[in-house]
Design a binder for this molecule. Structure first.
Ligand code: HEC
Ligand code: HEC
Ligand code: HEC
Ligand code: HEC
Ligand code: HEC
Ligand code: HEC
Ligand code: HEC
Ligand code: HEC
Length: 443
């Protein structure tokens, strides 16, 4: 009897191990992907939280040391830095500041950014209000040079005077860079802290049983919204709701979803920058890929992964902010879900068969072909912003859409070849789609 039980257990274990190891890697995500979709217009913020106010990250630190530590070491905590507290936050060379600069280092209070570029916030009275303005030069960290900065040139160029001294950061920047400003119009804390994603936390901090919003609790489509509030280019919602033009919004045009708090339906607050397929705009190429930074959301909402319920935080730890241009996680980041010959693809048996490059070649890195560099951080920056439109763009599409050849993944590594000959390589590999055979119709 004992012997029988032993053999039976062993067989069950072997079968279980066999099933487990042969399960597609995406299987553990079924729970996330099959959660019911509640729709974009339902308020998911816990009721208790509605009476709460913002308290700042030092309060959260008391009980969440590890999360605080992860966040403190991420770039979110470093977006706005106080120059008076620590002058080391300045990355620019002020000895080379051009003579016609309309600001000095002594006037600047905060730095904005550091990694790709840095701007300086200077206290100013604008439109009768205590506000901040931006210097007329910015430091480009990628080229190590000062360059002109005219923030009013953006979509709201008819809403503000064309003079940096009269251009306020309150309506155009601060909602995305200071915690609490988007919801309350008060700069609770510089940079992107806990409550930017979890909402006001006073009630929860007093009584941990009082619920606080956590974006992964519900519908995965809605999980993305805490990121999309900032990582998606906008227009002022009044343009859609009231048919207002930028001129009607004189000195008030707002470039962030004013009033939004995590959990509330973002769609009631945010109007994304328009994109029309086949049309090139200042922000997008005709295939939907971004020309600029901070467009991850505008691109990702068109992607099949978004539609299936894969979220920003499946690829980026929300506190550590893993997977960055400096520290990409390589193919592992994709292969935690994808596997060769699995239901979600790639539908070949090996990496080489999928990419037609040697396994250890740069040409076998997923992001090189599926996240090509299509955007820039400023007009004078190199092409380094990777697209969050993961679907492969064929060289023939790049050509037909009139996009610069460098935005084609294949061309970016094979500048000695033409788009036509690269398209031909794909044709030889048999990697084509019916409608994309020769060149897609542009009109
Ligand atoms: C007095 C200690 C304390 C403070 C202060 C505190 N928390 Fe918590 N928090 C807890 C405890 C305990 C839990 C675990 C509760 C549970 O698992 O049900 C928790 C859970 C959470 C969760 C997970 C909620 C969930 O449903 O899974 C989040 C998010 C959170 N806290 C965010 C914050 C933020 C943001 C702040 C600052 C505004 C904060 N906490 C301040 C004690 C605290
Ligand atoms: C950029 C947005 C963002 C910021 C900033 C942020 N969080 Fe979170 N946090 C999230 C998301 C999204 C989740 C859900 C993660 C998941 O389910 O994998 C989460 C989960 C948590 C949890 C629950 C962990 C668990 O295992 O369920 C706690 C606690 C928490 N955060 C605390 C904090 C604290 C404290 C801070 C500030 C020091 C902070 N968060 C800053 C987005 C953020
Ligand atoms: C309140 C606005 C805001 C929210 C909310 C926000 N971000 Fe960010 N994020 C920023 C800004 C601003 C930066 C640039 C920070 C810098 O360079 O100092 C940034 C940078 C990043 C980076 C690059 C980090 C690095 O090391 O360079 C990643 C990745 C990122 N965010 C992911 C997310 C994800 C995922 C979410 C949602 C869970 C999210 N962000 C929510 C504003 C926001
Ligand atoms: C809708 C939210 C939003 C608004 C409004 C906004 N930003 Fe940002 N900003 C972001 C996000 C998100 C990032 C990081 C993601 C990226 O660059 O792709 C970023 C990045 C930056 C960076 C680069 C950070 C670095 O470390 O290199 C600078 C500088 C910056 N913003 C300045 C500004 C200024 C100045 C304004 C106002 C004229 C402004 N932003 C308005 C969301 C916003
Ligand atoms: C399928 C995985 C995946 C998803 C989903 C995804 N990202 Fe990314 N993201 C990446 C990878 C990989 C990189 C690094 C690319 C590189 O090397 O530049 C990246 C880069 C970024 C960066 C730039 C970091 C830097 O170095 O400046 C930001 C910001 C960002 N993602 C935000 C988001 C946001 C917001 C979402 C959701 C709307 C999102 N991502 C969804 C994989 C993903
Ligand atoms: C958390 C799981 C997960 C991760 C991580 C992930 N994927 Fe996906 N991916 C999916 C799912 C689910 C689909 C949808 C499959 C389908 O349509 O059959 C998908 C579809 C795709 C597609 C096909 C359609 C499209 O346009 O999106 C591409 C290409 C893709 N993924 C590339 C990547 C790359 C590159 C990475 C790494 C940067 C990555 N994926 C990381 C789950 C994931
Ligand atoms: C040399 C370029 C290249 C590299 C590198 C590459 N892919 Fe692809 N991928 C393609 C092309 C071309 C297609 C076909 C496009 C289509 O079917 O629409 C494709 C299609 C896909 C698809 C959807 C079609 C299918 O087979 O299900 C997925 C998923 C995918 N790739 C995932 C990945 C992952 C994960 C990696 C990294 C391990 C990767 N790719 C690396 C070029 C590449
Ligand atoms: C990240 C860089 C990179 C990308 C993206 C890339 N390749 Fe390559 N490719 C290489 C390298 C490096 C080699 C040299 C051989 C090797 O490593 O496999 C190569 C070799 C080749 C070869 C064989 C040798 C030759 O030069 O004729 C062809 C054909 C080719 N690539 C076509 C393509 C096509 C088509 C695409 C787009 C689907 C592409 N490559 C995308 C880097 C890249």
């Amino acid at each position: 009897m004992k012997k029988l039980l032993f053999w039976l257990t062993l067989i069950i274990l072997i079968v279980a191990a066999f099933i487990w190891t042969n399960m597609p890697k995406i299987a553990p995500y079924y729970k996330q992907l099959t959660k019911p979709r509640v729709g974009l217009n339902i308020d998911l913020q816990p009721k208790e939280q509605k009476e709460a106010h913002f308290v700042g990250s030092s309060k959260c630190k008391e009980c969440h040391k590890e999360k605080y530590h992860d966040w403190k070491h991420s770039m979110h905590s470093k977006m706005i830095q106080d120059i008076k507290k620590d002058s080391n936050v300045i990355v620019a060379d002020f000895s080379k500041l051009p003579e016609d600069a309309d600001f000095t280092l002594a006037e600047a209070v905060y730095t904005i950014g550091s990694k790709f570029k840095q701007h300086y916030m200077i206290p100013a009275k604008i439109n009768g209000k205590d506000d901040f303005r931006l210097g007329n030069y910015q430091w480009n960290t990628q080229t190590n040079k000062w360059q002109h900065f005219k923030p009013y040139k953006y979509w709201y160029h008819d809403s503000y005077p064309h003079d940096n001294r009269q251009f306020p950061t309150s309506t155009t920047c601060d909602g995305c860079h200071f915690t609490g400003y988007m919801a309350t119009g008060k700069r609770v804390e510089p940079a992107i802290a806990c409550e930017s994603c979890h909402g006001p936390g006073s009630k929860h901090a007093e009584d941990p049983d009082s619920k606080v919003f956590k974006a992964s609790m519900f519908d995965p489509i809605r999980t993305n919204e805490v990121c999309l509030q900032c990582h998606m280019r906008n227009r002022d919602k009044r343009i859609e709701a009231e048919g207002a033009t930028a001129k009607d919004l004189w000195m008030t045009a707002t470039d962030y979803p004013k009033g939004y708090e995590p959990g509330k339906p973002l769609i009631s607050y945010k109007l994304p920058a328009p994109f029309a397929p086949d049309k090139e705009t200042k922000e997008f190429w005709p295939n939907g890929a971004a020309k600029k930074n901070r467009t991850q959301g505008n691109e990702y909402i068109h992607d099949a992964m978004y539609k299936h319920g894969i979220t920003c935080i499946n690829c980026h730890d929300p506190h550590k902010l893993t997977n960055t241009a400096q520290k990409p996680q390589g193919n592992k980041a994709c292969m935690k879900c994808h596997s060769f010959g699995s239901v979600i693809g790639p539908h070949q048996d090996t990496l080489e068969q999928h990419t037609h490059h040697k396994a250890d070649s740069k040409g076998s890195q997923c992001i090189e072909c599926h996240m090509p560099k299509t955007g820039k951080h400023t007009g004078k920056s190199p092409l380094t912003v990777r697209s969050h439109r993961f679907a492969f763009t064929y060289p023939a599409e790049t050509k037909a859409f009139g996009m610069p050849p460098e935005t084609s993944a294949c061309y970016a590594c094979h500048k000695d070849k033409s788009l036509d000959s690269l398209q031909n390589d794909l044709k030889k590999w048999g990697q084509l789609e019916w409608e994309k055979l020769e060149s897609p119709q542009k009109q």
